[in-house]
Design a protein around this ligand. Structure first.
Ligand code: ZN
Ligand code: ZN
Length: 149
């Protein structure tokens, strides 16, 4: 139970943590890196992918340091890893279609978070973006989204 609750803490913590980092740092002092995700450039990788590498490295270090005693670091590291995996599948593969073969299945939840993330991408400027979370987004994005596939 201890491990499982810490996985949830790591997972949900990442949604709130990455919301804050996205809103206050990536659309702030780190904009020069993050803007590569808002303004499409040629090539498969974006400088913005560094953020995924960074969070991935933090998770791996936590898992390594917590491995011997299976302490809280190990489980939180697992939660962050799980979040990274879910984020990659939803954000990179299904919303941005970085793997062209995979199509986004229709569904109430997936449609809602896709609408919210599209709203975030409407702007390519640092200061006028909305909706910085990925999994937890305002309810308004879940309405009227049948028409906009
Ligand atoms: Zn952004
Ligand atoms: Zn995006």
């Amino acid at each position: 139970m201890f491990g499982f609750s810490l996985i949830i803490v790591g997972f949900l913590g990442m949604e709130f943590f990455s919301w804050a980092i996205h809103k206050y740092l990536m659309h702030g002092v780190l904009w020069s890196i993050h803007k590569t995700h808002h303004r499409k450039q040629s090539g498969y990788f974006e400088l913005n992918d560094l953020f995924s590498l960074f969070f991935g490295s933090v998770a791996i270090l936590l898992i390594i340091f917590g491995f011997e005693n299976l302490d809280y670091r190990f489980w939180i590291g697992c939660g962050i890893t799980l979040y990274g995996f879910v984020y990659f599948v939803l954000h990179d593969i299904l919303i941005h279609r970085r793997v062209k073969k995979w199509r986004r299945p229709a569904g109430y939840y997936l449609d809602g978070i896709t609408q919210a993330h599209r709203a975030h991408h409407k702007s390519d400027q640092r200061d006028d973006s909305v909706s910085f979370g990925l999994l937890i987004v305002p309810r308004r994005y879940f309405k009227h989204n049948r028409s906009n596939k």
